[in-house]
Ligand binder design. Structure first.
Ligand code: MG
Length: 441
């Protein structure tokens, strides 16, 4: 059976791949899997969010689950609520994907995304359509709750609020018309910042920029940071689990560098384990070694990182895409928590200084179209030599860098990631990876 779950839940183009019927059946499957209990449901700002939410609620109620509708909220605010208050959660979001997409993501009762095993069980029920239909007087009840203030209060407990407030930072925040608009601007004000908002209106057409906050689409934010003389620029993806920053000069902060900055900060507070996917930069490895920590690599995907962090009692973890996990708060990517943490660091140093302290590397990403990606990957594994890591795909370590060859989860392509101290060498390593694929196909 082909999996309907991708790396981060079920995603698709609205009313083509992802229909209300699919949402209904999937949530009946979830309700059957849970056989009762309470499920929180929330969403980002996408136009189809209300449609999918209502289908999902119907499916859950029919199986006897109670449902708490928490409205529009950032993904991490819903995780936080689920961990403390319900048996599971559903988030209607397509995160950073383009406007025409939406998706459903399941959260387990411990506040972490569903494991692959749990997803497979739900999928099995979905395929067999053996749903739990409760008696007429046992269908679930629907209530509402507010998750926003609870989430912000949780964040403020973990940073030095008084110290941050005294700094009177000026911050420009671009929530991209996504769910971050209901949390980050007001959190910043509560932390004593002068806040300039950009795209803070909730609008699922994402009229000003795509939901993915890459450096290329943040021109307005960069210009406003420069013009206003702000200390920091902040931008979220559509569901605000990810965050990226712009320094006080208006330079976009590379996401791998951001990951290293946060790892360093965590290790300076307490020595321990840092967890990150095999695709992350060597700058993270360098920083962890400098600070006397231990680095653990995982497969790509934030759920792998979160579950490994919990298992090892890690002090910090995250991905090189602005997905940062602070275990004292919770085990999921936590955009607004990262904002508060960075402000705390800015009490000591400017953003550009924090960036300058991290070693620089060059990264190259490429891809090759292949029909039989699994077959090709198997052959690649058969011919590679040297220091090889197979945590996820095939990663070949060299003295001066690495190349990772990995099949895409959703498309008929193989991705190549390479990194080195020089741009030329990084390109060379990526070319080696491409040649290897061509050689075996
Ligand atoms: Mg996201």
């Amino acid at each position: 059976m082909k999996s309907i779950f991708g790396t981060d839940g079920v995603r698709g183009i609205v009313n083509e791949e992802l229909t209300p019927k699919l949402a209904l059946d999937l949530c009946m499957s979830l309700g059957t899997f849970l056989s009762g209990g309470t499920v929180a449901i929330g969403r980002d700002t996408r136009i189809s969010g209300e449609m999918f939410k209502n289908a999902a609620i119907s499916g859950l109620l029919a199986t006897g689950c109670k449902v708490v509708d928490v409205g529009i909220a950032p993904t991490p605010a819903i995780h936080y609520y689920v961990r403390d208050a319900t048996d599971a959660g559903i988030i209607i979001t397509a995160s950073h994907n383009p406007r025409e997409y939406n998706g459903l993501k399941f959260v387990a009762g411990d506040g972490i995304g569903f494991s692959r095993e749990a997803e497979r069980k739900v999928e099995q029920i979905y395929a067999e359509k053996k749903f739990r239909h409760v008696e007429w007087d046992e269908t679930g009840a629907l209530s509402t709750d507010d998750v926003i203030q609870r989430y912000k209060d949780g964040i403020k407990k973990l940073v030095n609020v008084e110290k941050i407030r005294k700094m009177n930072f000026k911050v420009v925040v671009d929530t991209g018309c996504g769910a971050g608009g209901v949390v980050t601007p007001s959190l910043l004000r509560e932390l004593g910042c002068t806040v300039i908002t950009l795209n803070a209106q909730l609008d699922g057409t994402f009229p000003k920029r795509p939901p993915e906050p890459t450096g290329e689409v943040l021109g307005d934010l960069i210009a406003l940071v420069q013009r206003s003389g702000a200390d920091l620029g902040v931008a979220h993806d559509g569901d605000a689990d990810r965050v990226v920053f712009v320094d006080e000069h208006g330079s976009f902060v590379n996401e791998d560098v951001l990951l290293a900055i946060c790892a360093k900060d965590a290790l300076q507070e307490r020595k321990g384990v840092i967890v990150t996917p095999v695709s992350s930069s060597l700058c993270v490895k360098d920083v962890v070694e400098q600070c006397g920590g231990e680095l653990v690599w995982t497969p790509i995907g934030s759920i792998h990182v979160a579950r490994k962090m919990m298992e090892l009692g890690a002090v910090f973890g995250g991905e090189g895409n602005g997905g940062l996990i602070f275990p004292k708060h919770q085990y999921c990517r936590d955009g607004a928590m990262a904002v508060a943490k960075i402000l705390e660091m800015l009490c000591e140093k400017k953003m550009s200084q924090l960036v300058d302290e991290i070693p620089r590397y060059y990264n190259v990403k490429d891809k090759v179209k292949v029909l039989d990606k699994e077959g090709v990957m198997e052959k690649v594994l058969g011919v590679v030599k040297g220091n090889v890591d197979i945590t996820d795909g095939v990663k070949i370590w060299h003295d001066d860098g690495w190349v990772l060859i990995r099949a895409s989860g959703t498309e008929p392509i193989i991705r190549i990631y390479a990194e080195s101290k020089s741009e030329e060498r990084a390109n060379e390593l990526a070319q080696d990876g491409i040649k290897l694929i061509e050689q075996v196909s």
